[in-house]
Ligand binder design. Structure first.
Ligand SMILES: [Zn+2]
Length: 351
């Protein structure tokens, strides 16, 4: 039960949420607590363990504040403890302090300048198929309609906009098997893979600046496999390549680039996820940046902002936690960062 005193204080609320254990797949209790905390000025809907609460004030623009309710497995770090300015515990940074900010605003800002959709979802820390935001985007895409979204993932109080895409490809060199005592009768696929490795070694990754955010690409071998036996010239060598690409490229363009680089080899795209443009030109985004008062940075990893971008909703990450502490045993969040984040969001959303 989250009392109105707790909802009024984002620090107390962070602790209360952290102390409701919610490892992915076990979000029932926290989703119910969040649902019950959302006031009468909001239309609240529960879809599984996704909770969506929306204002309907007839404002010209709608923004989304979103956060996941789940955590990675507890590492002997619950219940939370406080030590000076720090709250320690599983989920403090990633991302219950962010969820607390959204829930605190939902409970305390009656007249936001935009219509607001508060979105709390499950299973972010596990495979994409189970991800609550992913499921909602398929079952209720209308609930994700907005002009701008803020995902309250840990950024240590910075604005991290857009995100890079990621693609994995298997690049295969082929040859002909032979007895290694008569190697001239074969063609060595491992040697042929040297050309693939040379391409990777000399590859000059692009640096792309969009809306003031600089995205640094990367193309790397992440695995290699080949060989048959100690006396056989190998006929196949497979190099798994991971390409992290800037948001000026679509998944298709990224795949075409990789195929072109490894022309002459078999290239199979095994996995890909799109990048997201920073989308900082929408009016609510500009107003958000003004409230933060700091230049945005590029998000280099892949995050759920890409799911919003895929639906045509520009999105960025902004949260009080330190992303370097996410998923660690030492996970903690600064109380001062929670208070500062609450102030920024309040300034922005109340106008
Ligand atoms: Zn997270």
């Amino acid at each position: 039960m989250l009392s109105s005193e707790i909802l009024a204080d984002p620090v107390a609320l962070t602790r209360a949420l952290v102390d409701i254990e919610s490892v992915s797949g076990n979000e029932d209790r926290i989703a119910t607590a969040v649902q019950n905390a959302l006031g009468k000025n909001l239309t609240v809907e529960r879809v599984g363990n996704v909770v969506v609460a929306a204002t309907d004030l007839g404002r010209p623009q709608r923004v989304i504040l979103a956060g996941h309710l789940d955590t990675v497995p507890v590492a002997g770090n619950l219940p939370s403890t406080v030590d000076g300015d720090l709250i320690h515990g599983c989920g403090t940074a990633d991302m219950k302090s962010g969820v607390a900010l959204a829930l605190h605003l939902a409970a305390t800002v009656a007249e936001p300048r935009y219509d607001v959709t508060y979105l709390f979802y499950d299973c972010e820390e596990v495979e994409s198929e189970r991800n609550g935001l992913n499921r909602l985007s398929r079952s209720h895409p209308d609930k994700l309609r907005a002009d701008f979204a803020v995902l309250l993932e840990p950024t240590y109080g910075l604005v991290e906009a857009g995100c890079q895409g990621t693609l994995r490809a298997m690049v295969t060199a082929t040859g002909r098997r032979a007895h290694s005592a008569r190697s001239w009768l074969g063609a060595n696929a491992i040697h042929a893979a040297g050309t693939i490795l040379q391409t990777l070694k000399t590859y000059e990754a692009r640096t792309v600046t969009i809306d003031g955010c600089t995205y640094r690409e990367g193309l790397n071998a992440v695995r290699i496999a080949g060989g048959v036996a100690g006396n056989v010239i190998p006929d196949e060598c497979r190099v798994e390549v991971n390409y992290r690409f800037a948001p000026d490229r679509t998944e298709e363009a990224a795949a075409a680039h990789v195929r072109e680089l490894f022309d002459g080899f078999a290239v199979e795209i095994t996995d890909s996820a799109p990048a997201a443009l920073p989308g900082l030109t929408a009016a609510p985004a500009k107003e958000f940046l003004a409230a933060v008062g700091q230049p945005p940075q590029a998000k280099l990893g892949w995050t759920d902002v890409a799911r919003f971008a895929a639906l045509g909703v520009p999105a960025l990450n902004f949260g009080p936690g330190d992303p370097n502490l996410a998923h660690t045993r030492e996970e903690h969040v600064e109380i001062s960062k929670i208070r500062a984040g609450a102030e920024v969001l309040r300034r922005w959303i109340s106008g």
